[in-house]
Design a protein. Structure first.
Length: 306
C-alpha cells in the first residue's frame, strides 16, 4: 500500500507500515446514538450541521447527562432502509447489549422520545428493540481522507452482503486504522478491515463471534481492559463474544493494569497484567497532521489461569 497521496501521505498506510497494533484502541463508549443525516458532512459534522436547534440541544443534553455516550451521524448510499428517518440507540454493555430502532417522520419527532429512558433499558420501548445486528463503517472523508479512500471497497462488499443493515458513519476515532467498522449492539470495533474479509466479519458478528486479528477492542471496556481481552483471546483462541466475563480491572502503582476475566463455561479465572508503554515509532494521527508523533502501545506482561 502506497503511503503517499499527491505529495502527501495516507496516515493509515504509515500506521500499517510501522506495524502499529490495533490492540486497545477502540473508543470507550457504552451508549451510541446513530442518527440518519443525509446532508453534507463537514469536518465537525456532529456539531456543524443543519439539524433543528431544539434537536441539537436535546441531543447535547443527553450526551452530557449519560456517561460514555456518543452521537454518530449515519447515511446510506444507496439508501435501502424502509421509509422514515432512522435513529438507532445502541447499548453496548458487556452483559446486556441492546439495539433500538426508531423511524422518524422528521427530526422534530426525536423530541418526543425519552432517549434517557431508552438508554436505561426502559421496558416501554421494548417494541423498538432490534434483533438483527447493525454495521457502520466510517466514511467521513472531510474529516480524514483515509476513511473513504480505504473504506469504499469495504463498504461496497458490506452493502452487497448486508444491504439495509449497513450504514456509513461520521468519525469514530482512529483514522489511521481505516477502514473502521463497528458491529452493534456488540460494540466490537474493527480496524484495517480488508474488502475480501468484510463478509466473513459480518457473518461472525451475526453468529456472536469475534474476529480477533482485526479487533481494536470492545467499546464497553476501557482501553487497558480491551487490550487484556484481546491478549487473552489471542492466547486461548476463544472467539465466542461471551466466552469471558470481566471480574476486575485495577491500575497498579507501576503503571500496569491487573485484569481478571472468568471463563463463562467453567468459571476458571484468567489474571492478566498489561502495561501501556512507548511504541518506539512515530505515526500520523490524521492525514492533516504536520508531523508524526510517538505513540503508546499495550504489552502483555503476565497471564495466569486458575
Amino acid at each position: 500500500m502506497n503511503q503517499h497521496l499527491g505529495g502527501g501521505f495516507y496516515c493509515a498506510a504509515v500506521s500499517r507500515a510501522a506495524g502499529e497494533p490495533l490492540t486497545g484502541t477502540a473508543p470507550h463508549i457504552t451508549t451510541w446514538f446513530l442518527l440518519e443525516y443525509p446532508g453534507r458532512w463537514l469536518p465537525r459534522a456532529v456539531d456543524d450541521n443543519d439539524l433543528p436547534e431544539p434537536v441539537k440541544a436535546r441531543l447535547d443534553s443527553y450526551l452530557r447527562y449519560l456517561p460514555r455516550a456518543r452521537l454518530l451521524l449515519i447515511r446510506q448510499r444507496p439508501r435501502l432502509a424502509p421509509p422514515g428517518l432512522r435513529l438507532f440507540v445502541a447499548l453496548t454493555h458487556a452483559d446486556r447489549p441492546a439495539l433500538y430502532e426508531f423511524a422518524l417522520d422528521d427530526y422534530d419527532a426525536l423530541l418526543s422520545l425519552d432517549l434517557g429512558a431508552v438508554a436505561e433499558g426502559d421496558a416501554s420501548y421494548e417494541a423498538h428493540r432490534r434483533a438483527r445486528p447493525l454495521f457502520t463503517i466510517c466514511m467521513h472523508g472531510r474529516r480524514d481522507r483515509c476513511c473513504p479512500t480505504f473504506g469504499l471497497p469495504v463498504h461496497v462488499e458490506m452493502m452487497q452482503h448486508g444491504g439495509p443493515a449497513v450504514w456509513q458513519s461520521t468519525h469514530i476515532g482512529g483514522h489511521r486504522f481505516a477502514p473502521n467498522v463497528i458491529c452493534f449492539p456488540q460494540g466490537t470495533v474493527y480496524g484495517r478491515v480488508p474488502p475480501q474479509r468484510a463478509r466473513a466479519l459480518m457473518n461472525d458478528c451475526r453468529d456472536g463471534l469475534v474476529t480477533v486479528d482485526l479487533l481494536r477492542g470492545r467499546s464497553c471496556y476501557a482501553e487497558p481492559v480491551q487490550a487484556a481481552e484481546i491478549f487473552l483471546r489471542q492466547t486461548t483462541g476463544a472467539r465466542n463474544l461471551d466466552a469471558y466475563t470481566l471480574r476486575e480491572a485495577l491500575p497498579g502503582a507501576d503503571g500496569a493494569w491487573a485484569v481478571t476475566f472468568a471463563e463463562a463455561d467453567t468459571g476458571a479465572l484468567h489474571r492478566l497484567s498489561v502495561v501501556e508503554e512507548p511504541a518506539g515509532f512515530a505515526v500520523y494521527g490524521s492525514c492533516g497532521d504536520d508531523s508524526p508523533k510517538a505513540e503508546m502501545v499495550f504489552r502483555l506482561l503476565a497471564h495466569e489461569r486458575g
